[in-house]
Design a protein around this ligand. Structure first.
Ligand SMILES: [Zn+2]
Length: 452
């Protein structure tokens, strides 16, 4: 069933005739409001939208859109204006796709309804606003983070669907191989020091950290987090949401957290020298510290800390391990079928010493996966344990390449290798792995040649 069918059926069921009736003056409302600076001039229009935002068909349309997003396991709902009105788009498995255009004139009304539900100022249409709303869907509480910004054709809203319960945040649900699961478990049981998780935005770092925290969340430990924003509520731990507007940054919250007698501290992101310094200090003085950094791979996280002004010997004494991760789209189990590698893929496999490619699969596309061939995502991990020789190398301020080579010699598998292993298990495609990982060992020129 294509998204249009979903929409038409659902909306007719819920919305009725009234909601489909086109409103002639609405398409220009937001433009008018935006350009004349709001205020008295568009007070009438604002009232109209405010009233319509409270009407049942608006609620039904929004519930329908969010319900569909949750059913399709979308991470984000985009309600964005353009010259033709409004367009609703869903990000599913990391890929953004068009869902449907709301009935004419309903875009600004939907935005107003979202503002009401998120405790935002409904009359403010010239400045960005952030908020959150909670929704009850099929017996589950769903947290949604909302961002609204004014754009040329009207306000644009993005709703991030945060949680559908914390049950998913468990180590055994991360898709770890038995060996990695044991390594993660051992690492998280360290009494003090620092563990870093690295990867780009949307690589599932938060999920991994929450799984670790859930694993460690016991009565005899005090766990405090500082986050931007708090994405999931976890019972039994203290979660601090940073608020730079009032001066509550990662660094300032961290200083106070240390006076709260914590055993375990989670830092949403280490991106400035002060936060890095306090985090290292906390790890050195008997706390177990978890933090994220934005680097390409595990070994690059070490020089990142050094570049923030931390002495290499302090990094060596504190860092227990670095986890790099990516989210990989999984093949749809309903339509996957055996396949053979392309010439390019065969060369990649050959360079990795793989001969048997009989287990490779592809997704044909079916109703269950919306024709994409993929459904759901799973993380792949690169785990660098910082002990023995690697600790010495960090102490001596070695380059990321030296660290990477030493980690490989000690048994660390790269993201590319973990991904190829997943493809060879028939769980994803090589195409997907090549899209999201890079091969450190291959010469780019050779890769380009192989791609022809
Ligand atoms: Zn399918």
């Amino acid at each position: 069933m294509c998204p249009d069918d979903y929409f038409d059926q659902g909306f007719q069921l819920d919305g009725g005739e009234n909601a489909q009736k086109p409103e002639e003056k609405d398409p220009n409302l937001d433009r008018a409001g935006f350009f004349d600076g709001g205020g008295a001039a568009d007070a009438g229009a604002g009232t109209d939208i405010t009233v319509r935002a409270q009407q049942p068909e608006t609620t039904r349309l929004l519930n329908y859109l969010l319900g569909q997003a949750i059913e399709l396991e979308a991470s984000d709902v985009h309600i964005q204006p353009d010259s033709d009105g409004y367009l609703v788009r869903f990000r599913i498995d990391g890929v953004l796709g068009d869902f449907q255009r709301p009935p004419k004139g309903m875009g600004p009304v939907l935005i107003a309804r979202i503002k009401v539900l998120s405790d935002m100022n409904i009359a403010e249409r010239r400045l960005p606003q952030d908020g959150r709303l909670e929704l009850h869907h099929q017996g589950k509480d769903v947290e949604i983070r909302v961002s609204i910004i004014p754009a040329v054709f009207g306000e644009s809203a993005v709703l991030r669907i945060l949680s559908t319960g914390i049950a998913e945040h468990k180590l055994e649900h991360l898709g770890l191989t038995p060996k990695s699961a044991q390594q993660f478990h051992d690492l998280f049981r360290s009494p003090h020091g620092m563990i870093l998780v690295t990867g780009p935005t949307g690589s599932g770092k938060t999920t991994t950290l929450y799984a670790a925290i859930n694993d460690l969340n016991q009565m005899n430990r005090k766990i405090i987090t500082t986050e931007e924003p708090v994405e999931y509520d976890i019972k039994g731990i203290i979660q601090v949401e940073i608020n730079p507007i009032v001066g509550l940054t990662f660094a300032t919250s961290l200083r106070s957290i240390l006076r709260q007698d914590p055993d375990i501290i989670l830092i949403g992101e280490i991106r400035d020298p002060e936060t890095a310094r306090i985090a290292i200090q906390a790890g050195l003085t008997g706390h177990l510290v978890f933090g994220t950094v934005h680097t390409r791979d595990a070994s690059s996280a070490i020089p990142r800390l050094v570049n923030m002004g931390i002495e290499p010997y302090l990094v060596a004494d504190t860092i227990l391990g670095v986890i790099a991760q990516r989210l990989v789209r999984k093949l749809c189990t309903k339509c996957k079928e055996p396949t053979t590698p392309s010439v390019y893929e065969a060369k990649i496999l050959e360079s990795a010493g793989i001969e048997d490619t009989s287990t490779l699969c592809r997704g044909k596309g079916c109703e269950a996966c919306g024709g994409h061939g993929y459904r759901g995502r799973q993380a792949i991990f690169e785990l660098m344990i910082c002990d023995g020789e690697i600790r010495d190398l960090i102490h001596n301020n070695s380059s990321p390449i030296t660290l990477r080579n030493a980690a490989r010699a000690a048994g660390t598998r790269s993201l590319r290798e973990e991904g190829i292993a997943m493809a060879l298990r028939g769980e994803t495609t090589l195409d997907e792995i090549l899209r999201i990982t890079i091969d450190e060992r291959m010469d780019p020129a050779a890769l380009a040649e192989a791609g022809d």
